[in-house]
Structure formats: C-alpha cells, structure tokens
Design a protein around this ligand. Sequence first.
Ligand SMILES: Nc1ncnc2c1ncn2[C@@H]1O[C@H](COP(=O)(O)OP(=O)(O)O)[C@@H](O)[C@H]1O
Ligand SMILES: Cc1ncc(COP(=O)(O)OP(=O)(O)O)c(N)n1
Length: 267
Amino acid sequence: MSLAKTLTIAGSDSGGGAGIQADLKTFQELHTFGMSVITALTAQNTLGVHGVYPQSIEAIEAQIDAVLSDIGADAVKTGMLFSAEIITLVSNKLRQYEVSNIVVDPVMIAKGGASLLQEEAVQALKHELLPISTVITPNLPEAAKLLGRAEMKTVDEMKQAAVDLHKLGPTYVVLKGGHLTEGPAVDLLYDGEEFFELKVERIDTKHTHGTGCTFAAAIAAELAKSATIKDATETAKQFITAAISNSLVIGRGIGPTNHAAYRHLGK
Ligand SMILES: Nc1ncnc2c1ncn2[C@@H]1O[C@H](COP(=O)(O)OP(=O)(O)O)[C@@H](O)[C@H]1O
Ligand SMILES: Cc1ncc(COP(=O)(O)OP(=O)(O)O)c(N)n1
C-alpha cells in the first residue's frame, strides 16, 4: 500500500495544538504519511509561549536531507521558520530537491502575542520563500506585514491585498479572514485571475489555538493527494470548521482545535 507523503517544516508546540504537532495530526486524519523537520522548540501551552529555542542550521539541514534524499514528499508545508538564516536554508533545500507542492504559512506571531519570526526575517520570507511557493496562507496581520500596509478590515480590502500578495510570486494566495472582527469567517483563494470565497458562519468560541497551522496542513495533505487547489482549500475549510466547532476545552487559556472531528463527519 502507498500513501501520499507530507512533510512539515515548522516549530514544535509542546502543548500539542499548533506547529508540528497540529500538522502531523492533520496529515494523519487526512490519510497521508506525515513527516517532520523541527526548526525550533517552543515551550508552549494554552496560556501562551513561554520559551523559544531555535535549532541549529546543521540540525535542520540534516533533518531535511534525511527525509528528502530518501523518502521524498508529495507536498511540503512550512510554518514557524524563526530566522532569515533558516528561511534561506529551507528555500535552498526545497529548490535542490525540486519539491512541487509548497504550502507556506508565513507564521509571525502566536495568538498570545509571542514573536515566532524575527523582524529582519520578513524580507527573506518575501524574497526567497514566497517566489517558490505553490500557495501562501497568511492571516490578516501577516498579510499586512508582508505588504507593509494597515490591516485589511473588509472582504474588498482582502481582495486587493490578495492581488498584491500574488505579485510576490506564489502561484496561489489563500488570504485567511479569521481575524475579521465582524461577519462570517471568510477566506479568499486567488489564482491570479479569479477569486473564490470560502465562507462559513463564525463559530462562537475562544478555543482556536492552532487554526492557521491546521488549515495550511490540510491544504498540503490534499495537494499531496493530487487535489486541485480549489478542492484542496474547500476540504481544508471543512476540516478546520469541524475542528473549531468541536474545539477542546483543555488547559486554562485558549484551547486547541479538535483534529479528530472531521473523521466523525464520516470522511
Ligand atoms: N471563529 C471562527 N469560526 C470559524 N472559522 C474560523 C474562526 N476563526 C478562524 N477561522 C478559520 O480558521 C482558519 C484559520 O484562520 P485564522 O484564524 O485567520 O489563522 P491564524 O491561526 O493563522 O491566525 C481560516 O479558515 C479561518 O476562516
Ligand atoms: C510552534 C508554533 N507554530 C505556529 C504557531 C502559530 O499557530 P497558529 O495556527 O497561527 O495558532 P495561534 O498560535 O495563533 O493560536 C504557534 N503558536 N506555535
């Protein structure tokens, strides 16, 4: 038997709700073979990030080479990359191994406010990783930072931002609207010509830790199984909506989404 192979290159969340842990759970639930390259350890729980410990370039490079020189990946998802040096390494390696489905979640700041990307690394993200990516999945603050403008507040402003993000080089842009303060949770898929809206009623819960990681990992899993970008984002939206609707009230802060919920829809 063979399974589509998915690789996450991201930070570890000791609390299990975001980062590598969220990605691997999502990969598994969507019936792919998940693998990981850890860029940084975080000491994290539902109350926030209590420490960030980047791994050495040597350790990250060795992990990537071990996985891609032998097993390979049908899709790679990147999350917390932390520094310009790590971004340069990851970009070079993805080129070297000619990875074809690259999903870049440009993780910058955790919900609790902790910085997961150094300020000076934003330029490396823009100029080295975005141009080789298949799809980027910024949230509204990340999109604003990448474009050097104020945060979008309406779907019309999101559309203009998606066009401008597309000019940075990715084949597709999925701009996430989870941070909109009013109305449904709308995300926009832009392919350089047309917009597609992914829209659901906003779920009334504070337990949304790891939503962005989970959503991007689901897109990567579907692309690995050869779904079109439109089908991949639609499935990912169903996956994250089920995960948020059944999110877990654990810990004393913002609880994680429930990665097992999608399977209970009979998927
Ligand atoms: N309260 C909510 N109800 C429904 N969907 C949500 C809610 N919050 C976030 N989402 C969805 O979760 C996904 C991740 O979005 P977002 O929270 O913006 O990302 P991030 O975790 O990177 O900040 C998107 O599909 C977004 O629309
Ligand atoms: C290790 C690690 N990576 C990424 C994040 C951010 O994840 P996200 O899905 O955006 O969720 P929130 O942190 O915003 O709830 C993280 N926290 N840790």
